[in-house]
Design a protein around this ligand. Structure first.
Ligand code: NAP
Length: 245
């Protein structure tokens, strides 16, 4: 069977661990050449179960537009095209609204939301020239529902949904698809810091009765970025075990 992303040039942000690393591995296993962007290099263990092509790591701080433009220019200088951009990098700085520091608001908004604007703007000229391309934004179920203690994070993830739909409308006529996924509770280093008691309460709200795996999110990312989803744009697809139902 033909590989789903054969020879496609893919860029994944936040690729050093967790969901981003799983997306890199899954895309590479389908024949993509993947550029993995993050501030720190992926750990040896994340260096990707049997991909056909080893990913190329580029150091990049997605909250800094010049860092993103630099990475995108480097990729275009090497490969002259970008077929897929996955805006996955994200952080949390949780706290109740009345105690939330402005720095924590700004850090989350710039890393989770402004980054996707910077990166999408940076790749869009190449995609317009190619008359094809695909952007996938990693939002969250809390971007749809909100979450106590996560005003900054939820706002950034809701913002990604507006960004997704607006860009999708802007570029659909040029053959470019823009979608989002909304993961629920996924086992990664981001959720490892959640106290056990709170985790148990969260599990009770997931109809499938367990946390998701990064690989399960990566499979959905692959679907949306592949020709299998050629008639899908502007959607927000939950990957949450039914949590958002
Ligand atoms: P994670 O394990 O903490 O990984 C986060 C990734 O983002 C790391 O590779 C990190 O790399 C990168 N990153 C953070 N700040 C960055 C910056 N300024 N520049 C470049 N890269 C940066 O988290 P995860 O769970 O895989 O989360 C991935 C995405 O899924 C995030 O957007 C998150 O909000 C979203 N999500 C996660 C869950 C969940 O339950 N885990 C649920 C819904 C949505 P460096 O530190 O090396 O830069």
């Amino acid at each position: 069977m033909e590989l789903l992303l054969k020879d496609k040039i893919c860029v994944v942000t936040g690729a050093s661990r967790g969901i981003g690393a799983a997306i890199v591995a899954r895309f590479a296993s389908e024949g993509a050449k993947v550029y993995a962007l993050s501030r720190t290099e992926p750990a040896e263990t994340e260096k990707f179960a049997a991909p056909l092509q080893q990913p190329v790591w580029i150091a990049c701080d997605v909250s800094d537009e010049s860092s993103i433009d630099g990475a995108v220019n480097e990729i275009l200088a090497r490969d002259e095209r970008i077929d897929v951009l996955v805006n996955n990098a994200g952080i949390t700085r949780d706290g109740l609204l009345m105690r939330m520091k402005t720095d924590d608001w700004n850090a989350v908004l710039s890393t989770n939301l402004s980054s996707a604007f910077f990166a999408s703007r940076s790749v869009i000229r190449a995609m317009l020239r190619q008359k094809e391309g695909c952007i996938l934004n990693v939002s969250s179920i809390v971007g749809l529902k909100g979450n106590s203690g996560q005003a900054n994070y939820s706002a950034s993830k809701a913002g990604l949904i507006g960004l997704t739909k607006s860009i999708a409308r802007e570029v659909a006529s040029r053959g470019i698809r823009v979608n989002a996924i909304a993961p629920g509770f996924i086992d990664t280093s981001m959720t490892a810091k959640i106290p056990e008691e709170f985790r148990e309460r969260l599990m009770a709200t997931i109809p499938l009765g367990r946390a998701g795996k990064a690989e399960e999110v990566a499979n959905v990312a692959l679907f949306l970025c592949s020709p299998l989803a050629s008639f899908i744009t502007g959607v927000v697809l939950p990957v949450d075990g039914g949590m958002g139902m």
